[in-house]
Design a protein around this ligand. Structure first.
Ligand code: 5GP
Length: 202
């Protein structure tokens, strides 16, 4: 059986990461989504346990202290963490796992799971990113200002990722992402049993 891969996706808010993630999850049923824990308030339409596990600060802190997160970070003033147990279960079942996490979390995964693969989605320009954040109407002016400032800091980290995907055209960006995912599943490190079987080692 092929070993499940961890695909980490990072991007500044408003880059289209959620849309691209949903498209990938829909096309590839073997790819599961890692539902993060967060202390931020649920937005309209977000479902507890589907988009996030919405926790109070105390519950998040307890989980963090108990070592229940594969990584965690503070982003835009809220805490976010990737639960370790569901991740282990999905990988053990041979499923691939998609992480939608920020750069601070990705750095931690790079250290703890060196075989994970990392893709960073960037907007065509900072002006376009600002336009998209206004258009989606989720945040007030102050938050948009904060998100744009954070976006610059995040983009400065993009150089160490394995793939850089420009989302100027959704169809093209999706094609790049799915190609990267497929290529990642073909890596020898995730297909050791194929070689071992051929060599009679298994
Ligand atoms: P949002 O609040 O807009 O859903 O997400 C804000 C940022 O937090 C996004 O960049 C998203 O990728 C990141 N994020 C979501 N879940 C996690 C997580 O479990 N860990 C880390 N480090 N970042 C996360």
């Amino acid at each position: 059986m092929r070993q499940g891969i961890v695909l980490v996706l990072s991007a500044p808010s408003g880059t289209g990461k959620s849309t691209l993630s949903e498209m990938l999850l829909k096309e590839f049923p073997n790819l599961g989504y890692s539902v993060s824990c967060t202390t931020r308030q649920a937005r309209a339409g977000e479902i507890n346990g589907v988009h996030y596990h919405f926790l109070c600060l105390d519950d998040f802190e307890n989980k963090r202290k108990n070592g229940e997160f594969a990584e965690w970070a503070q982003v835009h003033g809220n805490f976010y963490g990737t639960p370790l147990l569901p991740l282990k279960k999905m990988l053990a079942a041979g499923r691939d796992v998609l992480f939608d996490i920020d750069v601070q979390g990705a750095v931690q995964i790079k250290t703890s799971l060196p075989e994970a693969t990392f893709a960073f989605i960037i907007p065509p320009s900072m002006e376009e990113l600002g336009r998209r954040l206004h258009k989606r109407g989720l945040d007030n002016e102050e938050t948009i200002f904060q998100r744009l400032a954070n976006a610059k800091k995040e983009i400065a980290e993009a150089y160490w990722y394995d793939a850089l995907i420009v989302n100027d055209d959704l169809a093209r960006a999706y094609n790049d992402l799915r190609s990267f995912y497929i290529a990642s599943t073909l890596m020898p490190s995730h297909n050791k049993s194929l070689v071992q079987t051929l060599l009679g080692e298994k």
